[in-house]
Design a protein around this ligand. Structure first.
Ligand SMILES: *[C@@H]1O[C@H](CO)[C@@H](O)[C@H](O)[C@H]1NC(C)=O
Length: 456
């Protein structure tokens, strides 16, 4: 999430909120989603695992444990209950979710569908963020190094400004259950963090982020508190029907760090925090190949495709992050960079050095330790996130348009996709594309070469 700051919106009327006790008004039933663990060669030997999905805590209704009074409504806290962050977390409960009716989340077999705007009886929900579970109370942990992660995705219904993102972050498997006043845990989607050190999280490590909370000026569901939640992030897939990128984001500290002040890397201090907010991104369009990914192109975004990401290495050593695609039974290698001074079609430290230099981008990826530091986090295991979001900060232009918008798109690194620099405004996409949907399916995971037939 290259330029994301705080974005993921939620409910309006009930007020989506998270808290740390468990509410009893709605039973939490995780939608089932199976996936495959592969062992042999070329996808021939895969066994089905029965997993399930949970919704992130930030989207859930938070109310006082003893009744229906909201702890958080729209984008403000109830200051009577939540003046003190720790006390707030002990007085407020997050509740179960009506996945389909309230949040537009539908799982079936090995497939998960997320719809952008859902009008329920009490609320309008925008976007969602979900995690794959191993059990009722634990997130599934993936150790990516030496393995490949493969999934199918349908981005045909994702216009400019939306981002269907499938990625991993170094959250705790139990969602920080027991930390501070967190009695909800992974079952209720607690413990999120990412490399943008988001401040929009309502609870971090069992404490409400209510102190110093400022409602967002342009998002009626979001705000930001003093605390951010930083951790390393591996974006396997950030995409809509126009552009796609995959991006490692290391941090100098592994695991979740509840940041305050300069560690968060806020605003003008973007490069002074503990995480690499830019990452080292591979976007084919940005790397000079403009006819590869898109509607009717080589990889036709009008149809489902398979995305393969290989993490070449072993133990805690990672040398390369490699990409293949499969569509219509045909395997496509990732595109080679056509940018002067940058060669190759996969992410290595050498490739990132060359890309940053050619684009005159800041070297935050290298400064935060590059692939070596990323590997130290991946080796500990990451949680899988599947989400759909719009961007209240910069309208997703960093993914699919010309960015910065005042620069010439012909300058290397500036053009990222064909979307207009006026596109992607949350008000526009929420009004004009409420039915936008992403479908993730057929997840396969296993050693390199085990999930698909790689061309020789
Ligand atoms: C805030 O919480 C208190 C205590 O539960 C409650 O009496 C009050 O009505 C709430 N305020 C709002 C605006 O919901």
């Amino acid at each position: 999430m290259q330029y994301k700051t705080l974005t993921l919106a939620s409910l309006t009327l009930f007020g989506a909120a998270s808290a740390q006790q468990v509410g009893k008004e709605q039973t939490e039933t995780h939608p089932s989603m199976s996936w495959s663990q592969c062992t042999g060669k070329g996808g021939s030997s895969c066994t089905q695992k029965s997993g399930s999905i949970t919704l992130d805590a930030n989207w859930r209704w938070a109310h006082v444990t003893s009744g229906y009074t909201n702890c958080y409504t729209d984008n403000t806290w109830n200051t009577t209950v939540c003046a003190d962050g720790a006390k707030c977390a002990s007085s407020c409960a997050i509740d179960g979710a009506d996945y389909g009716g309230t949040y537009g989340i539908k799982a079936s077999g090995n497939s998960l569908s997320l719809t952008f705007v859902t009008k329920g009886s009490y609320s309008t929900n925008i976007g969602s963020r979900t995690y794959l579970m191993e059990s009722e109370s634990k997130y599934q942990i993936f150790k990516l190094i030496g393995n490949e992660f493969t999934f199918d995705v349908d981005v045909s219904k994702l216009p400019c400004g939306l981002n269907g993102a499938l990625y991993t972050v170094e959250m705790a498997a139990d969602g920080d259950m027991g930390k501070g006043n967190n009695k909800a845990g992974a079952k209720y989607g607690t413990g999120y963090c990412d490399a943008q050190c988001p401040h929009d999280l309502k609870f971090i490590q069992g404490k409400a982020n209510s102190e110093g909370w400022e409602p967002s000026p342009n998002d009626k569901n979001a705000g930001s508190g003093k605390m951010g939640a930083c951790c390393p992030e591996m974006d396997l897939w950030e995409a809509n029907s126009i552009s796609t990128a995959y991006t490692p984001h290391p941090c100098t500290k592994n695991g979740l760090t509840a940041c305050t002040g300069s560690d968060c890397g806020d605003g003008d201090n973007r490069y002074g925090g503990i995480c690499d907010k830019d990452g080292c991104d591979f976007n084919s369009y940005r790397m000079g190949v403009k006819d590869f990914y898109g509607p009717g192109m080589t990889l036709d975004t009008g149809k489902k495709m398979t995305v393969v990401t290989q993490f070449i290495g072993s133990g805690s050593s990672l040398t390369e992050i490699k990409r293949f695609y499969v569509q219509g039974g045909k395997v496509f290698k990732n595109t080679d960079s056509t940018i002067d001074g940058v060669t190759g079609n996969s992410i290595t430290d050498t490739w990132c050095d060359a890309q940053k230099k050619a684009f005159q981008d800041k070297t935050s990826f290298q400064d935060k330790g590059g692939l070596k530091q990323m590997a130290s986090s991946l080796a500990k295991g990451h949680v899988l996130v599947m989400s759909l979001w719009d961007d209240h900060s910069v309208n997703m232009l960093w993914l699919d348009s010309t960015y910065p918008t005042d620069k010439d798109p012909a300058t290397p690194g500036i053009g990222r996709g064909t979307c207009s620099t006026d596109s992607g405004k949350p008000d526009d996409v929420e009004t004009n594309s409420p039915g936008a949907t992403v479908v993730y399916s057929n997840i396969k995971f296993g050693p390199i070469g085990s999930t698909f037939a790689e061309p020789s």
